[in-house]
Write a protein that binds this ligand. Structure first.
Ligand code: SAM
Ligand code: SF4
Length: 465
């Protein structure tokens, strides 16, 4: 029994045992597991090694097809869009893979004032964004956590015509329970934090100095967040630091632990791969670089193992990779991102970024591309605002009831985007997609969606159910 303040007890030995004696590739076992995955109740951790070892192209294709099928059943063809908002690149840590690390004297440092944050939010709203993840290095000079709390308030308070940001997720350094309660009271959406690597020895090597050098402080972070009443947490590993198989099994242990302890696993899982960062040789040649094929495998296996957990893909990845893996189970993507504080303000240049991006397209281009691929770009923030978070969200999601909300909300928020922000080309592609989507929707969702979209066309905004 885990005590109230104890960190999550990762069992590294068990993972190493599995990795040292990987199962032989066994098509019968793989197909049994794929059939089990189609029941959409998830997979056990002991099921994963058989899928991780797949090499045969035919079996790999069956894995991908199953992931695609599960994604379609649960999420349909919707993809939720968001953007990161970097408020500060000052940092006291020394993560070897990151341009923000303290010893990188070449990096121009900047912590945005509240006015500058508001300016960034105006730029993001002008593009059409409705949901952000606020990101910062681990140092808030002078004000400490108060700075972050003020920044969240600033974001929510900005009005740009009829637009405002409706959900602020947060990716900042681990906190004490009392401080997490302050973050919860600031009405954040998801609290997101990546363990980077669950492998203790690699973690020690990659984080030689600073508060972040304490592996256990970071590992226990989601326990503290959930103890503080934050319902939606997002976990992940930074792929490339250690063997992806280890990270995947450890991520699953983490998810199971949260589910056992709090009755609800992580709301989202991210799978960032290391990208080149200024002045970081580690980032240029990651010790365990993950190939595109293995990256696809990671996403497909996660989709089958935790079917109701959102999977997030960022603009670290190139458009070709994003197009390919989107089908395998991704539910949220970032678009039009900048990783330098102040980067959205026109003419501010791109110096001071955290790493180089793989996808430089604008939000409008990404929306058009999604529509042309048959995905409904969604700006929905409804669940969080209707109180469908944590256990309550899972209770609705697991029997499949959430779809009745998601489809109409996706279409009404897309219509808002088309009315207020889309280029003529994007509007044309998205309108064709919307027409097809209405036809595909059964009743009562179609009637609800048509009603909501009609209200948006008449000038109403923020129409959701
Ligand atoms: N500073 C806080 C922290 O480290 O948790 C929060 C934000 S940090 C700016 C966000 C994430 O960026 C890190 O958790 C890490 O996984 C990721 N990151 C750092 N360097 C990266 C790189 N070179 N390529 C891709 N992702 C990177
Ligand atoms: Fe700082 Fe986070 Fe970058 Fe580490 S990953 S150097 S903590 S900003």
């Amino acid at each position: 029994m885990v005590g109230l303040t104890e960190a999550f007890p990762l069992d590294e030995v068990a993972i190493h045992q599995v990795l040292e004696t990987p199962p032989q590739e066994d098509s019968v076992r793989v197909r049994e597991l794929l059939a089990k995955a189609r029941e959409m109740k998830g997979l056990d951790d002991t099921d994963l090694p058989a899928l991780m070892t797949i090499r045969d192209p035919q079996l790999l294709q069956e894995l991908f097809d199953t992931a695609r099928w599960v994604k379609d059943q649960i999420y349909g063809n919707r993809i939720v869009l968001f953007a990161p908002l970097y408020v500060s690149n000052q940092c006291g840590n020394e993560c070897l893979y990151c341009a923000f690390r303290a010893s990188n004297r070449e990096l121009p440092r900047r912590t945005l004032s509240q006015e500058e944050i508001a300016t960034e939010v105006h730029c993001l709203l002008a593009q059409g964004h409705k949901r952000l993840v606020l990101v910062a290095g681990e140092e808030y000079p002078g004000e400490g956590l108060d700075y972050v709390i003020s920044a969240i308030r600033t974001v929510y308070d900005v009005r740009h015509g009829k637009d405002n940001i409706r959900r602020v997720n947060v990716n900042i350094a681990p906190l004490e329970v009392a401080d997490f309660k302050r973050l919860r009271d600031a009405e954040i959406g998801t609290y997101q934090l990546f363990q980077e690597t669950y492998h203790r020895e690699t973690y020690r090597q990659m984080h030689p100095r600073g508060i972040k050098a304490d592996y256990d402080w970071r590992l226990g972070c989601m326990d503290r967040a959930m103890m503080a009443g934050i319902d939606d947490v997002g976990i992940g590993a930074l792929f490339g630091l250690y063997d992806w198989r280890f990270e995947l099994l450890a991520t699953m242990q983490h998810a199971r632990h949260l589910e056992d302890r709090f009755g609800c696993g992580p709301h989202t899982i991210s799978m960032p791969r290391i990208e080149p960062a200024d002045g970081s040789s580690t980032s240029e040649a990651p010790p365990y670089a993950v190939s595109d094929e293995d990256f696809s495998k990671i996403i497909a296996i996660l989709r089958l193992a935790v079917p109701y957990t959102g999977l997030i893909l960022s603009t670290r990845e190139r458009p070709e990779v994003r197009r390919q893996v989107m089908h395998l189970g991704i539910s949220q993507i970032s678009a039009g991102s900048r990783t330098n504080p102040g980067g959205y303000e026109e003419g501010s240049g791109d110096g001071g970024g955290q790493f180089s991006l793989g996808d430089h397209r604008s939000l409008d281009e990404v929306v058009r591309d999604l529509a042309e691929m048959g995905f409904i770009p969604s700006f929905c923030t409804s669940c969080y605002r209707m109180g469908r978070t944590g256990v309550d969200f899972m209770d609705i999601a697991k029997p499949g009831e959430i779809k009745a909300h998601c489809n109409p909300n996706a279409l009404s928020t897309l219509q808002e985007y088309l009315e207020d922000h889309a280029s003529p080309l994007t509007r044309c592609s998205a309108e064709q997609l919307m027409a097809r989507s209405f036809t595909d929707l059964g009743d009562p969702a179609r009637k609800i969606a048509e009603g909501m979209v009609a209200r948006v066309k008449r000038g109403e905004r923020d129409v959701f159910c």
